[in-house]
Ligand binder design. Structure first.
Ligand SMILES: Nc1ncnc2c1ncn2[C@@H]1O[C@H](COP(=O)(O)OS(=O)(=O)O)[C@@H](OP(=O)(O)O)[C@H]1O
Length: 336
């Protein structure tokens, strides 16, 4: 078990899911955490290994509360992602697809004035982070939720009701680089940056937020093979390469296929444009605003490209990561 000399991060400067003070943490959660493996975090002092995956203190709290208190409905739709795989993009696209009859006018669309994370809430990082039952009465059907939780950890009702799950991941090289940048944006100035070498080493060992990365991806890949009508497995790179194909796939899977008339009216292109990196990242709300959970909206938009990791990782690092990926995915039919 590794220990660290990093001081507690100032609670006020961080989103709640990164707070480490014990004030908002239930007795049950404290008790559980005392028995969990722990290691050094990327942003704050500790990560805890719960059900095989690494979480921050308040994330463990959010996950436990969600497992205990969240009751899914059959019509709920879940967007599940590995951190930094394009969650913000997926939320925007799914929200725009599902709500296109409610918001037919693109020039008055909620995505123009709200960040996608405020329109599609995270279960464990937002709704259940305080260990309370959140008020979900104002959510219209179908309710759209998101989570980074691994499959094993999902609340039972989501599995029992066979709710639809869209899973999005991204190649581990770009995921790591995006996570490294994001972590350094969040890290309190007093403790400085985490070095790329350090982040790389920990990522390769599986020691990252909701890591091991490969185990997270494999769980949902397996589910998507066993129940394709229930789990849609998407890759960031594939959406980038063929956005129209994948937006249509997403709409069909969610139960909101585009009609011929909508196709003729150019609805697919309109939604893609509305949700594109360029459009979203240039909106005032995303340049200047903050999420209700505290993060700067602009932190979710960096470059939005495939392959940016080659600007940071050495060829040796890339080879090392690729070998891990190959070994982990061997026989699964999955590759990046
Ligand atoms: N609309 C759109 N299109 C394409 N790419 C986008 C879009 N919005 C965000 N991004 C890029 O996604 C990365 C952030 O990942 P997440 O949204 O999953 O972050 S989080 O897990 O919700 O914190 C991060 O990737 P990097 O640029 O490589 O760091 C964002 O820039």
């Amino acid at each position: 078990m590794a220990t660290s000399l990093i001081p507690f991060a100032s609670p006020n400067s961080l989103p709640k899911y990164l707070h480490e003070d014990q004030d908002g943490v239930s007795q049950e959660c404290r008790h559980l955490m005392s028995s969990l493996p722990r290691d050094k975090g990327w942003v704050v002092k500790h990560l805890f290994k719960y059900q095989g995956f690494w979480h921050t203190t308040r994330q463990v709290q959010g996950v436990l509360a969600c497992q205990k208190l969240f009751q899914a409905q059959e019509t709920d739709l879940f967007l599940v992602t590995t951190p930094k795989s394009g969650t913000t993009w997926l939320k925007a696209m799914a929200f725009a697809i599902v709500n296109r009859n409610r918001y037919p006018r693109i020039d008055h669309h909620p995505l123009l004035s709200s960040n996608p994370h405020d329109l599609v809430p995270f279960l464990e990082l937002k709704l259940y982070v305080d260990n309370n039952v959140p008020d979900l009465t104002n959510l219209v059907s179908p309710r759209l939720f998101s989570t980074h939780m691994p499959y094993i950890t999902l609340p039972d009702s989501i599995k029992d009701l066979e709710c639809k799950i869209v899973y999005l991941c991204r190649n581990p090289r770009d995921t790591l680089i995006s996570l490294w940048h994001f972590s350094n944006k969040l890290r309190p100035k007093t403790i400085g940056n985490i070095s790329l070498e350090d982040a790389f080493e920990r990522f390769c060992k599986g020691l990252s937020l909701y890591g091991p990365f490969w185990d997270h991806v494999l769980e949902y890949w397996q589910q998507s093979l066993e129940r394709p009508e229930r789990v849609l497995f998407l890759k960031y790179e594939e959406i980038k390469a063929e956005p129209k194909v994948h937006l249509r796939r997403l709409a069909e899977f969610l139960g909101y296929p585009f009609s011929l008339e909508e196709e003729k009216l150019g609805m697919v292109d309109e939604i893609l444009k509305l949700c594109s990196f360029d459009s979203l990242s240039n909106l005032e709300v995303n340049r200047m605003g903050k999420l209700s959970t505290g993060e700067d909206n602009k932190a979710f938009f960096r470059r939005g490209e495939v392959g940016d990791s080659t600007n940071y990782l050495t060829p040796e690092m890339i080879e090392h990561l690729d070998v891990i990926t190959e070994n982990k995915f061997i026989g699964s039919g999955l590759e990046f």
